[in-house]
Design a protein around this ligand. Structure first.
Ligand code: SF4
Ligand code: SF4
Length: 83
């Protein structure tokens, strides 16, 4: 395992069950990393998200949080996904 792949970073995680698809997060993201999926919930493009937290502060429902990622192009760390 390379040193880079061991690096842990955080990216935006949307709790879809409580998202009201208001679109506020999509407007503030400087990288266009969030879109409203099928008009139902916000979906984060993990390849684009840099974890700047702007969406987290903007969400009126407070259902965006930063979660630890595994690896350079990894998925959310399962240990962090307990609900
Ligand atoms: S954390 Fe920043 S880059 Fe990532 S989705 Fe939110 S606003 Fe966009
Ligand atoms: S700002 Fe919050 S409630 Fe609105 S679309 Fe984004 S995640 Fe959903």
């Amino acid at each position: 395992m390379s040193e880079k792949s061991k690096f842990l970073k955080k990216k935006a995680f949307v709790d879809r069950d409580y998202c009201v698809a208001c679109g506020a997060c999509t407007k503030v993201c400087p990288l266009g990393a969030i879109e409203i999926h099928s008009g139902i919930f916000a979906k984060v493009n993990l390849d684009k998200c840099v974890g700047c937290r702007k969406c987290e502060f903007e969400c009126p429902a407070s259902i965006i949080e930063m979660k630890v990622m595994e690896g350079e192009n990894g998925k959310y760390d399962k240990k962090e996904e307990v609900s």
